[in-house]
Design a binder for this molecule. Structure first.
Ligand SMILES: Cc1ncc(COP(=O)(O)O)c(C=O)c1O
Length: 394
């Protein structure tokens, strides 16, 4: 018999503790096996409505325009920029990591004048710098910040930035790809006008959708555009036709992904947002205590560390790739390496959604201790796990 040209699909069951995707809850996986229905089927329409409502709860908003953009987190980013920026506009963008850089690139491609507020990768964008930049420009259309910078592990404070944006009548746009469903996000209370996320991090859903929410203030700017938007796919004025009672066909919704997101959001609703945030905080703190007890140095600025994604410096003499490969091959654990200027400098360890558990904290510390010891790194055996356990017991 001729050998089959292709192998049957048989992916390994990894423990995903990197920057995403994270492991998917079995109920979410089951949702993806549900039968296909039409994108205007009455059943699907009820799921669309529920998904919008559940997203409003997670974003903590009353915004009518709250739905998932088809595409990954970058699609949410692109949709946010291309609808609200056009040639002639000025945008101020916080750039303290790779995703801030990507936002600035998006803004430039919309033809806007871009003021980049830069900070070292690992530090926050200081409110004073935002204040000065807003003050220096005559008219700013939009201020954009990354809430959780996945390339550095930094949690950006938003309160003062939001106040300043409002004071200068600029729209406030926030990327919550690595915070939504893990850290507290409160779109309405925090005065965020445009906010997008991704499904594959703390929502514990496969990659493929980008939840988006936009308030009336931002929507009111759309009819005032003087240039037609170049993107047809991300044109919100067309997309709302499908994600509203008119149900105008725009593009075929990715049905199975919407089922998956619905289930992931229902799980969050069952757990409760506060309990979920507290779970992420506790496990992030335990991991960070464990890493420090192993003599390692955390990369992100103290007091501004994500609990969903921890960045830790690779000690000198330790081989980045060899450790990550050993974690994958011997322990079945994926963690992330550094990006851009942090390549070879840091590891990125994610505890997101379904993966944010005490077991994963202890497992990754145990595995890391073993692999670091094999690299010749000196540590006190068991110190990491002991310090983490102490936090977990509290
Ligand atoms: C903060 C942030 N923004 C945007 C993105 C882009 O999302 P995606 O890779 O799903 O397109 C990511 C992905 O890791 C991210 O971490």
């Amino acid at each position: 018999m001729a050998e089959a040209a292709y192998k049957h699909l048989n992916p390994p069951q990894r423990i995903l503790l990197g920057p995403g995707p994270s492991n998917v809850h079995p109920r979410v996986q089951m949702a993806m096996l549900a039968p296909m229905v039409g994108h205007l089927d009455p059943y699907f329409v009820t799921i669309m409505e529920d998904t919008m409502e559940l997203l409003r709860q997670v974003f903590r908003t009353k915004n009518k325009l709250t739905f998932p953009i088809s595409g990954t987190g970058s699609a949410g980013m692109e949709a946010s920029f291309c609808n609200f920026l056009e040639p002639g506009d000025t945008a101020i963008i916080g750039v303290n990591g790779l995703f801030g850089e990507r936002m600035a690139e998006n803004a430039r491609r919309c033809g806007a004048k871009v003021i980049q507020l830069t900070a070292e990768w690992g530090k926050i964008i200081e409110p004073a710098a935002i204040k000065e930049a807003l003050h220096n420009e005559k008219k700013v259309k939009l201020l954009a910040l990354v809430h959780a910078e996945t390339s550095t592990g930094v949690l950006q404070p938003l309160a003062e930035a939001s106040r300043l944006a409002r004071e200068h009548e600029a729209l406030f746009l926030v990327d919550t790809v690595t915070s939504l469903g893990g850290h507290e996000v409160a779109v309405d209370d925090w005065g965020i006008d445009i906010c997008y996320s991704g499904t594959q991090k703390c929502l514990s859903c496969p990659p493929g959708l980008a939840p988006l929410t936009v308030n009336e203030k931002a929507l009111a700017t759309l009819p005032k555009r003087t240039h037609q938007m170049a993107s047809w796919y991300f044109d919100l004025s067309l997309l709302v036709g499908y994600w509203s009672s008119s149900r105008f066909y725009h593009h075929t919704a990715p049905i199975s992904m919407v089922f998956a997101l619905h289930e992931a959001l229902a799980l969050i609703s069952d757990e409760g947002l506060e309990a979920r945030t507290a779970r992420h905080l506790k496990h992030g703190a335990a991991l960070q205590a464990g890493l420090e007890a192993m003599g390692l140095t955390l990369h992100a600025e103290k007091n501004y560390r994500l609990s969903t994604l921890t960045t830790v410096r690779i000690p000198s003499g330790v081989d980045d790739l060899r450790v990550r490969q050993a974690l994958l091959n011997k322990w079945n654990i994926e963690i992330g390496g550094g990006l851009g200027p942090l390549k070879g400098q840091i590891w990125r360890i994610g505890l997101m959604g379904y993966g944010s558990t005490a077991e994963n904290v202890l497992l990754v510390l145990t595995a890391l201790e073993k692999q670091l010891a094999e690299e010749g790194y000196k540590l006190t055996p068991g110190a990491g796990v002991a310090a983490a356990s102490e936090v977990l017991r509290k």
